[in-house]
Design a protein around this ligand. Structure first.
Ligand code: GLN
Length: 450
């Protein structure tokens, strides 16, 4: 029984939260949207306030991808998902902060600064969809849209204690979304419960002729098909991840959860991935994602979009705009990406990474023959403080615990993060990875866990 006055209240609350959370880049014009708001009572998102990550193009509303270079970019068209959400009744409240262009796992790389975790403002939210996660976690919106190239929906969901769903590659159109790495990019979503995730997935999914990677498969009625019955389901535990986690509170909570799932009727099996292959997850990801990002962002040149720096000629305008427009993290990734795409390096770096990716997915397919779904802790720690959050401090085995959700991007298979417990007054979570287009099993097992 939400109505328009509810939306206005939420709008006020989100504005007020900004000092505390710093989760918003741009507030949407809510009054304008409500002016002639006529939505059928049966519409799935009638009067639902929705948050969009700031890499989703909104016609007439600034869209920066949290990058200085796009500071003044106002799209002239809507992303397909924006239309779908609006048709379903959604009211857009804000464009949420993110790691610049999706590059990061902390939300410390947004040019508007750190986003604060609502559970403990000093801690990070994780990223790159940190603003979206924070606003749902703070109870300010029931639905936020994010994108997930490496784990950017599922990791912040874990750190903020909310549901984070990344469906199968091709399930949701990406038309109108500022890309990061096209072979890995997915649209995902945050909610506070599995049922809402099922409803939102139905709204967002479906073939889009503007996105040739979108699937023709019919969209299912996910909410109707949801069931938390675990009888007859086999859940595979990724041992490599669990044995790499050093936080005992997290591993013992995980073990207790597994027992509970067995009691509810699930058959639990232990799954061991090839450790050498698991160790290649992160380097393989960096080569592929940086190479694709370098190609995708060659149009951010200070000429066509966004901010422009002065220069004597076209080349110096581009160099100055890109130097000032991007943070050092993004520039670093472009250097790595360009290097691996040099003609003389392409075969031994970029193509090699693509072959390793294929091997990893084939290995994953073998493991998924033994079970319906894979389960592991979503992260090896609670949301860290900024100073503890840099990946290069982590050991190689620990890296596996922190990066296994890349399996979902390499394969494109559906994956969800579900809050499972509290440790030191902070949420912890588990992650599920299912088979291609088997969103129903992924959501249903998640329902049994929540
Ligand atoms: N943390 C990963 C990165 O830094 C993943 C980001 C993402 O999924 N967008 O690239």
């Amino acid at each position: 029984n939400r109505d328009i006055s509810f939306i206005k209240e939420v709008d006020e609350k989100i504005h007020k939260s900004q000092d505390k959370l710093n989760a918003v880049v741009t507030f949407c014009n809510v009054d304008e949207q409500l002016k002639d708001y006529h939505v059928e009572d049966t519409a799935l998102l009638k009067n639902v306030p929705v948050i969009l990550k700031d890499n989703i193009n909104t016609k007439g509303t600034r869209t920066t991808a949290s990058s200085r270079i796009l500071d003044n970019y106002v799209p002239v068209y809507d992303a397909t998902i924006v239309k779908k959400l609006r048709d379903a009744g959604a009211v857009f409240m804000a464009k949420a902060s993110m790691d610049e262009l999706g590059m990061g796992g902390t939300n410390l790389n947004a040019y508007t600064g750190k986003v604060n975790n609502p559970w403990d403002l000093k801690r990070i939210t994780g990223g790159s969809s940190g603003g979206s996660a924070a606003l749902v976690a703070a109870g300010l919106a029931p639905l936020a849209i994010g994108t997930d190239t490496g784990d950017s929906v599922r990791k912040p969901a874990a750190y903020c204690g909310v549901i984070g769903l990344k469906p199968t590659y091709g399930r949701i159109s990406r038309y109108g979304i500022i890309p990061y790495a096209s072979s890995l990019d997915h649209v995902g979503l945050f909610t506070t419960n599995v049922e809402d995730a099922a409803i939102a997935l139905e709204v967002l999914s479906g073939r889009d002729d503007h996105d040739m990677t979108s699937s023709n498969r019919p969209v299912e009625n996910y909410k109707e098909l949801l069931n938390s019955d675990l009888n007859g389901k086999t859940i595979g535990i990724i041992q490599n991840v669990q044995s790499a986690i050093q936080n005992e509170a997290i591993t013992s909570s995980f073990d207790a959860l597994v027992k509970k799932l067995e009691e509810k009727g699930a058959k639990v099996v232990s799954v061991e991935f090839d450790q050498d292959l698991m160790n290649t997850l992160l380097p393989t990801y960096y080569v592929i994602s940086n190479a694709e990002a370098t190609a995708n962002h060659s149009n951010l040149d200070g000429i066509r979009f966004g901010m422009r720096e002065e220069g004597d000629d076209l080349t110096s305008i581009m160099i100055n705009s890109r130097t000032k427009g991007f943070s050092s993290e993004v520039r670093k990734r472009f250097v790595i990406g360009s290097y691996s795409l040099f003609v003389e390096n392409q075969e031994k770096i970029f193509r090699k990474a693509q072959r390793v990716r294929r091997k990893i997915v084939e290995h994953l397919d073998e493991k998924l023959e033994q079970c319906d779904i894979l389960l592991a802790s979503a992260a090896g720690s609670i949301a860290p403080y900024p100073e503890d959050s840099f990946g290069d401090k982590l050991s190689a085995t620990h890296l596996v615990a922190e990066n296994h959700m890349l399996l979902g991007n390499f394969s494109g298979y559906p994956s969800i993060t579900v809050p499972s417990d509290m440790v030191e007054n902070m949420p912890i979570a588990v992650n599920l990875l299912g088979k291609a287009f088997d969103e129903v099993t992924v959501l249903s097992v998640a329902k049994a866990i929540e």
